[in-house]
Every structure is written in structure tokens, then in C-alpha cells.
Design a protein. Structure first.
Lengths: 291, 394
């Protein structure tokens, strides 16, 4: 399998990847290394993990990172309620305490969280660690250990080695700078907003009915909008939402109905400041450019 | 067709190793692991395809956005023999500076000191130029020259720079400790540590008699400092640089910027452990040092380029400026608002505030005020030291 195969497979599943991204995915696969994707919100970083799982016909296990994420929510936790109940029951039967301990610290009482689950699958799953930069440095350090050895040690149970190695995809969008150690362990790709041609292909892949004149107008408009000074630039997801809105309203040409067009911008501009920054005159100018 | 410039004699492995050292020389951190990965990647592909090879090496070697952008040029320079000398030599000078040994330090210090005195005279020339140009500028300049006579001349000695650094360290300590959301075992914590309780309950027949607790540990806050080095701030610049240096040595993660008409990231230079050399390096870096001020414009570029990465809810942004801005005050307000939205705390230290009867009448200053958490004087070391206690409460 070469990188061009990956590219066409992804395209087949509806994800139009750039050459560089396809190469990075291919290398991550063939070298067995995690894939680190950076880029602005809405350029399709998370989506690639989902599509990859679909292409490889395997499970997607997702870990959403946030500040304060710890071992109990990302790796495993003991089921304390069951443990306590079991201790009570065993004590009533008069079992020895070492025996009880053996029982309650067995896999039966273990609640698996995404990372532990990901290394215990029969078929390698895709493990998506989303927005790793939101988690704190401690978690990042732990993750480094996991990504190099693919084993997890649980004090009461011993070391659990991976049955299969997951395909790991990490995404980040600059909440915090990641450590060089983590970066260097990964295959890296910076995902940018797609260019006009790619975006047209993406639009065709999702809306096969869309007439090509409107498609070009839509893509042109969104590309021009990204050049404006906005707090949150519209990503691919916003583009698709907006296209659905525009075509759902039966608009055939963006310059037809300025008022409706202005109203549909809620799909693209997601903050109040951005909406205020793009009044209808600016919209008309951008439409004029896009046509 | 493009060809590489290598004679047949060297093996692919050798060339790739050479390429890796070329990347290292240009500031992209790569090593044996990357070389190994590259060789394994080549095993499964057609190496004659230049474009595919470039993309493969890029995915393996570039490990951040900056590296990702520069990689293509570095690749072309090395493999296709174009522009190598230029990009290589500039960076290497820089690295040699970093790595210079203690033994030749004194020589280098002399050199840079004389160069910096050169730039000092330039600054003065700039400032008089500015002062004669505009009405307000003149006022500022003359008031400052008064001040220079009274309290700032003695601050230029190495001892007082040291003192400024120490004050900064004390302040940094006071700002730093904030709470974390993670938990550690602690006797009087708020949350119950179920894991230990369950374990202890084995001994007591399933009765959770002993309750162990968890507490949120203290967690350091990061600092981002923005120092105004425009004409009206020149007399304070060296002291404040020493102050920044002190903040930096208290916590290496502190970020620092200079601004005048442009914004300059000086974090790397300030991490230099030799104070005098760091400050001299800075005077060289800051071209336009002592010119006019565009505070709002600089805040805008800080917001656009750096804030996303450096500023979050656990950041304290310290701005050292007199608030005399040539940008419109509305812009100042909107940029301050943007910065504030990231959830950071903003401290503004204004040297003019130490003067008698000061009121923040400069338009830019007035526009920024609503977004500032703590506004204080900073014209003497005593006033810098005095702000420490206030910062704990932020």
C-alpha cells in the first residue's frame, strides 16, 4: 500500500486529503508511529481519524482531552461501589482478607477508560486523542510513556501489555505548546484550510446535486470570508452546514436575495463580534468577488 | 528534470544523515530516531520521486508549524543545491552565540557592550527627532529628562540591575501559585479518595471507616510580559529588561516581548543566563528601539500570533508601558478586550503613575483601563517591590 492508495481510499470515504496529509497518514501507518495533526479549528483534523477508522473498517476510540484530565477518566478506575459491596458480602461469609483483596482487584472490578480499552482490542482500533493541548503537562508525560511502550501498569493488577497496537491520531490547535518529546515521537502534519479546488471537490462529495455555479460561488465566498479579520474563521464543517442551509432554502444564486443570505450567515459566523464585523455591504462585496 | 547534486560515492544513509545535520543546523530538532524512521520509510517507496520523498521527510522531521513551513525550502536547499549557504550561515552564528563557552565570555561582552553603546547614541538621536516633531512628544521627553536627573541615573549600575532582577523574582513567586484541577492525597482535602477508602475497607469488613481525602494542589501560573521600549520609555528600558530577566529566571516558561513600532519576541534571548550579555543582545535585536509607539497595533499582532498559544486562564499578562499611543484609542480598547477574553489577568505597570498628580489621561491608557485587573506605578525599584503583595490576590 502506498500513500496514493491511502489518498484514494480516504477520498472514497468522503475525505479529500492533501498530498502531504495523505503521506503523513501513510507513514504513521507503515512506521507504526502516532500521527500528530495541528491546524485551526474546523479544517478536518478530527474527521480524518473518523474516516480512517471507516477505511480500515475498525473501531474508533475517542478520548477528548480537557484541563485536569487524569488517569481515572482516561485510563482506568476501580469500581468502588462494587468493591465495597463485595467486601461486605465476603466478610459475612468469613473469607480471609488476602482472598478478598485478590477478588476485588481483578479485571471484573476494573472500569476501562479509552486508553486501556484501546490497547486491549482484537483488531487495532483508531485511537483519537482529541485536543491534546487542552490536557496538562502531566497527562502529556504519561501519554508519552504509553505511546512508546504500549503498556499500562496498574499497581494492584500488574502490567497490561497491548494485545494490538492502536493507530493513534493526536490533534492540537494551539491552546498550549506541546513538548518537543511528544512532537518528536509523532509523524507531524499541519492541516491548513483547503484550497479552492479541493474545497470544490469536498463540496461535490457531500452534495452531488449541487449545481456547479452555486458551488463555485459558495466556495469563493467562504474563501474570501476567511481573508477577513475574524475571530473564528469558518472551517470545512461550517462550509458544509452553510451549503446545506443555502441549498435547503432553494437559493440558486447568492446574489439573488441579500436579506436571506445575510440571515444564513449564522452558519458561518459563530461569534457576535464576527457577525457585527460582516454587515450586508461586506457580504455583497464578497459575493461580488466570488462570482 | 531536477537532480540532486551528489556524486555516486555516498550511500543514501550517509546523505540522509547529512541532511539531518543540515536540519539541525537550521534549528529543526532531529536526531537518530528521525534518520532511522526516514530509512524505514524509504524502504517502502520510490526514492526517485522527489516530491514524495520531500513529503515523507517532512512528515517525519518537521515537528511544529514553524518547521512545517520552512521545511520545503530547507529540502530544496540541501538536495537540489539552491540557497544553502544563506539559510545555513545565519542560523549557525546564532547557535554559536548560544553555545559560547564561559572562557570567551569576557571578550564577547566587551564587544557587545561597545556595540550597544553605539545603538544607545542612535536611540538618543531618534528620541530628539521625535520630541521635536510632535507637541505631546516634546512634553513627554522633557519631563523624562528631569526624572533622569533625580532617580534613574543610579539605576544603570550593575548592582541596581541585580536588584531589579531580585525584585522581579520575588514578584514572580507571589504571582505563580494558583490552584490546579488535579488532585493529590491530602489529610484535609475536600474530596474523598475512594480508591484508598476501598482498599482500607478490606481490613474493616467492608465498612469504610477511614476516609482518605484528596486536595487540589497548587499549580503555577505562567507570565507573559510586554515591554514598551519606545522613545518615551527609553530611560526605563534597561531597568525593566533586568526586571523581565528576573521574572524569567524565576520561571523559565515566562514569555517576554518588546514593542515599539513592531513586536519582538525576546524570550529566547532572555533565557541566556548572563544578564549583561542578554540585555546587550536585546539592544541589538530591538532595531527601532526608542522610536514611536503603536501599542494597540502591537497588541493586535500579539493577539493574532502568540496569544492563542501563550495566554489562557492561568496566565498573567504584564504590560510595562506609559500608555502614550499613536494608534487610535478605539483600537486599544478592542485589542485589550480580545486579550482579556482569553481569561487571563492583565497587570499594567506605568512608570508615569509614580509622579505627583498623575491621572491616566493619555487616551490609549484611558481606553485600556477597563480591562486591567491591576494598575500600578513602576518608576522606582521601591514601587516595583511594593506591588508584590497586591498580586497574590489576583
Amino acid at each position: 500500500m502506498t500513500w496514493t492508495d491511502i489518498k484514494s481510499d480516504l477520498a472514497g470515504a468522503g475525505y479529500i486529503a492533501s498530498d502531504e496529509l495523505a503521506m503523513a497518514v501513510h507513514l504513521a501507518q507503515s512506521l507504526g508511529r502516532p500521527l500528530l495533526l495541528e491546524g485551526a479549528a474546523g479544517v478536518g483534523k478530527t474527521q480524518i481519524a473518523k474516516t480512517l477508522a471507516q477505511v480500515l473498517d475498525t473501531r474508533l476510540i475517542r478520548l477528548q482531552c480537557y484541563e485536569g484530565l487524569d488517569a481515572a477518566t482516561s485510563i482506568y478506575e476501580w469500581n468502588y461501589q462494587r468493591q465495597l459491596l463485595s467486601i461486605r458480602a465476603s466478610a459475612d461469609e468469613g473469607a480471609a482478607s488476602s482472598e478478598i483483596e485478590d477478588r476485588i482487584f481483578s479485571e471484573k472490578y476494573l472500569l476501562k477508560r479509552p486508553l486501556l480499552e484501546a490497547i486491549q482490542q482484537d483488531v487495532s482500533p483508531v485511537l483519537l486523542i482529541d485536543e491534546i493541548d487542552r490536557a496538562d503537562e502531566e497527562f502529556e508525560a504519561y501519554l508519552l510513556e504509553l505511546l512508546s511502550d504500549f503498556q499500562i501498569s496498574i499497581p494492584e493488577l500488574g502490567t497490561i501489555a497491548a494485545t494490538t497496537r492502536p493507530h493513534v491520531v493526536l490533534t492540537a490547535n494551539g491552546t498550549r505548546d506541546l513538548s518537543d518529546a511528544l512532537r518528536r515521537r509523532c509523524i507531524y502534519s499541519f492541516v491548513d484550510y483547503p484550497d479552492k479546488q479541493t474545497e470544490l471537490v469536498i463540496l461535490k462529495a457531500h452534495f452531488s446535486q449541487l449545481n456547479s455555479h452555486l458551488a463555485e460561488q459558495i466556495v469563493g465566498f467562504v474563501q474570501a470570508l476567511r481573508k477577513e479579520d475574524l475571530e473564528k474563521k469558518p472551517g470545512v464543517a461550517e462550509l458544509l452546514d452553510w451549503t446545506a442551509a443555502v441549498s435547503g432554502l432553494g437559493i440558486n444564486d447568492l446574489s439573488d436575495d441579500p436579506a436571506t443570505l445575510q440571515a444564513t450567515l449564522v452558519c458561518l459566523l459563530k461569534t457576535q463580534a464576527d457577525q457585527a464585523a460582516i454587515p450586508s455591504e461586506v457580504v455583497q462585496r464578497l459575493v461580488g468577488k466570488a462570482a | 528534470m531536477q537532480t540532486t547534486r551528489f556524486p555516486v560515492r555516498s550511500s543514501i544513509a550517509e546523505r540522509v544523515t547529512d541532511f539531518m545535520s543540515h536540519l539541525r543546523g537550521n534549528g529543526i530538532p532531529v536526531g537518530f530516531v528521525e534518520t532511522d524512521a526516514a530509512m524505514r520509510a524509504f524502504a517502502g517507496m520510490n526514492v526517485v520521486d522527489v516530491d514524495a520523498t520531500r513529503m515523507a521527510l517532512k512528515a517525519i522531521c518537521a515537528c511544529n508549524e514553524d518547521g512545517f513551513e520552512r521545511f520545503d525550502d530547507l529540502f530544496t536547499a540541501f538536495w537540489l543545491n539552491r540557497g544553502r549557504e544563506k539559510s545555513g550561515s545565519v542560523q549557525r552564528d546564532d547557535i554559536r552565540n548560544n553555545a559560547s563557552q564561559r572562557s570567551n565570555l569576557s571578550v564577547e561582552d566587551d564587544g557587545s557592550a561597545s556595540r550597544s553603546s553605539g545603538s544607545q547614541s542612535e536611540i538618543d538621536a531618534d528620541r530628539t527627532g521625535e520630541a521635536s516633531a510632535g507637541g505631546e512628544g516634546k512634553l513627554v521627553a522633557s519631563r523624562i529628562s528631569n526624572l533622569e536627573k533625580t532617580d534613574f541615573r543610579e539605576l544603570m549600575t550593575p548592582q541596581s540591575l541585580d536588584q531589579a532582577e531580585q525584585v522581579a523574582r520575588a514578584i514572580a513567586r507571589q504571582i505563580r501559585d494558583r490552584r490546579s484541577r488535579r488532585r493529590r492525597a491530602h489529610n484535609r482535602g475536600k474530596q474523598i479518595d475512594l480508591r484508598r477508602v476501598a482498599r482500607a475497607a478490606v481490613q474493616t469488613g467492608g465498612e469504610p471507616l477511614n476516609l482518605f481525602r484528596l486536595k487540589k494542589p497548587d499549580r503555577p501560573v505562567t507570565l507573559v510580559t510586554l515591554l514598551d521600549v519606545s522613545g518615551s520609555m527609553t530611560v526605563y528600558a534597561r531597568v525593566f529588561l533586568a526586571f523581565l530577566k528576573g521574572l524569567m529566571s524565576a520561571d523559565q516558561r515566562t514569555e517576554a516581548f518588546l514593542f515599539h513600532t513592531k513586536l519582538v519576541n525576546i524570550g529566547e534571548a532572555l533565557r541566556d543566563h548572563d544578564t549583561l550579555r542578554a540585555i546587550n543582545r536585546l539592544s541589538m535585536m530591538a532595531q527601532g528601539f526608542g522610536g514611536g509607539t503603536k501599542i494597540a497595533g502591537n497588541l493586535a499582532s500579539f493577539n493574532a500570533q502568540y496569544a492563542g498559544r501563550m495566554v489562557n486562564g492561568r496566565t498573567v499578562v504584564i504590560i510595562l508601558s506609559d500608555g502614550y499611543d499613536t494608534d487610535p484609542p478605539e483600537k486599544m480598547a478592542s485589542e485589550m478586550q480580545r486579550l482579556k477574553k482569553r481569561g487571563c489577568r492583565i497587570i499594567w505597570l506605568n512608570p508615569l503613575m509614580g509622579w505627583k498628580d498623575y491621572a491616566p489621561v493619555a487616551q490609549g491608557m484611558a481606553a485600556a483601563l477597563p480591562f486591567i485587573d491591576f494598575f500600578a506605578a513602576a518608576n522606582t525599584l521601591e514601587s516595583l517591590a511594593a506591588i508584590g503583595p497586591h498580586l497574590e490576590g489576583l
